[in-house]
Design a protein. Structure first.
Length: 438
């Protein structure tokens, strides 16, 4: 068996299972002029227009599948995806914007989407396609703060180690579309939101900052997040003051569960990390591996990687074995290097794997990668640590500890040959970590 080739094949099987081409047709179809979305079916009429909107790193592919299914039934559409993720579409305007820090095109995307929604009437259907990354790709700014202020907020939250729930609590309260508020721009139409989950627990209110979902968080909660990570003096004063005024009731809150507006929308989860893991498990089994599912990824990336390697070292079951897990970790960036949480996990794993004892005869291959094909501000999905990268580390006299301290995993694996580059996968269901024991 070739550990590196096998682990990549298993990862690719997981990605294929959560691609929109596999997921969207299961929830959206037209037959004899009857439109079915999830469990809802109704006839298509001549006085009814279908609008398609959405945002996210997988949304271009979701829109392509929607066009294939609905064709000329689509009246108008506008979706936004990350730079270099666009796909040519016939009926739907496909825009690009920045991720993970929003830019001017993120603001324009929201304006265009709102303009489209304001054309919709009570007989019309709005299909909203959401996937991870939408919180940045759809970014609007309150009049009281500037786009530059917003960029500082996004950047600070990413670097401090805040969870996705905490990130989006703040983002929702600096927006007029997040936290269910997008519904306010077409309150008389019938909404269906197809959602690809990129958050732990598949919390609909957190994915893409829940633009069509009720929100429990408050302005006070947003302030508490900033206090927890000691960002009061890091973020612009105008942002802090805006949230304080919101906490005093001077600005509208996000949409809450008792709001009758929620009766117009049906939110449907079409893809999750669990689907990817199941596909990876099936692939590994067909390749002869004994599969063990590790507990979901969460918490600190470094601690998580060390825990997984320790589990692998103490494993006493049948060989070869494949350890599988998925989810999302956090990483507090302390250096000035280049990388992402998955590359940093792989570097952590490599350092632990180097501490091999003379009596240990197993072979380990470790992969950590984002299912979207992007890890941090890099062109890599993640990285692979194995005996080859350890040997290259010795051959090139690389000091992994130094790269680790500087959060420079990308540079390390670029030299040791461990970077995993897939390009945009057109899906996004958080991260996957695989370990092969042989």
């Amino acid at each position: 068996m070739s550990g590196k080739n096998d682990i990549v094949s298993i990862f690719q099987a997981a990605i294929k299972a959560v691609h929109p081409s596999e997921l969207v047709p299961a929830y959206l179809h037209v037959s004899q002029n009857i439109l079915t979305i999830g469990d809802h079916s109704f006839p298509l009429t001549t006085d009814q227009k279908i609008f398609v909107i959405g945002a996210g790193k997988a949304t271009a592919a979701m829109a392509l599948e929607t066009e294939k299914i609905l064709g000329d039934h689509i009246y108008k559409g506008c979706i936004t995806t990350k730079y270099q993720h666009a796909i040519p579409l016939q009926k739907i305007d496909c825009r690009e914007a920045a991720h993970p820090i929003p830019d001017q095109n993120s603001l324009l995307a929201v304006e265009k989407t709102i303009q489209l929604l304001q054309e919709a009437t009570k007989n019309d259907i709005i299909i909203c396609l959401l996937s991870g990354g939408a919180s940045s790709l759809w970014a609007d700014v309150p009049e009281e703060i500037s786009p530059a202020d917003m960029q500082i907020v996004f950047d600070s939250l990413l670097k401090c180690g805040a969870t996705i729930h905490e990130n989006n609590t703040v983002r929702k309260h600096l927006s007029k579309i997040k936290g269910g508020q997008l519904l306010r721009f077409a309150p008389h139409s019938k909404w269906f939101t197809l959602i690809l989950s990129d958050v732990p627990d598949n919390d609909l209110s957190v994915i893409a900052s829940g633009p069509t979902v009720a929100d429990n968080s408050t302005y006070e909660d947003a302030l508490d997040v900033l206090k927890k990570y000691q960002l009061e003096t890091v973020i612009p004063t105008r942002v802090w003051e805006y949230l304080q005024r919101g906490a005093k009731g001077l600005f509208a809150e996000t949409v809450k569960h008792h709001d009758p507006l929620l009766h117009i929308v049906t939110n449907i989860m079409i893809g999750t990390n669990d689907i990817a893991i199941k596909a990876a498990s099936e692939k590994a089994q067909t390749m002869g591996y004994q599969v063990h599912r590790f507990h979901p990824l969460d918490g600190d990336a470094i601690i998580t990687a060390r825990t997984i390697i320790e589990f692998c070292k103490s494993y006493t079951g049948s060989l070869p074995a494949c350890i599988l897990t998925g989810g999302e970790t956090t990483l507090q960036v302390t250096g000035t290097g280049l990388g992402g949480r998955n590359q940093h996990m792989a570097l952590t794993a490599l350092i632990e794997m180097k501490k091999r004892k003379d009596n240990e005869t197993y072979s380990l291959t470790f992969l950590a990668a984002g299912t979207d094909g992007t890890d941090g501000p890099t062109d890599a999905a993640g990285a692979i640590a194995d005996i080859e990268s350890i040997a290259m580390c010795v051959q090139k006299k690389l000091d992994p500890e130094a790269y680790f301290t500087n959060c420079d995993a990308y540079s390390f694996f670029k030299q040791s040959g461990g970077l995993l580059k897939t390009g945009p996968t057109q899906t996004n269901v958080m991260d996957l970590v695989l370990a092969l024991i042989e």
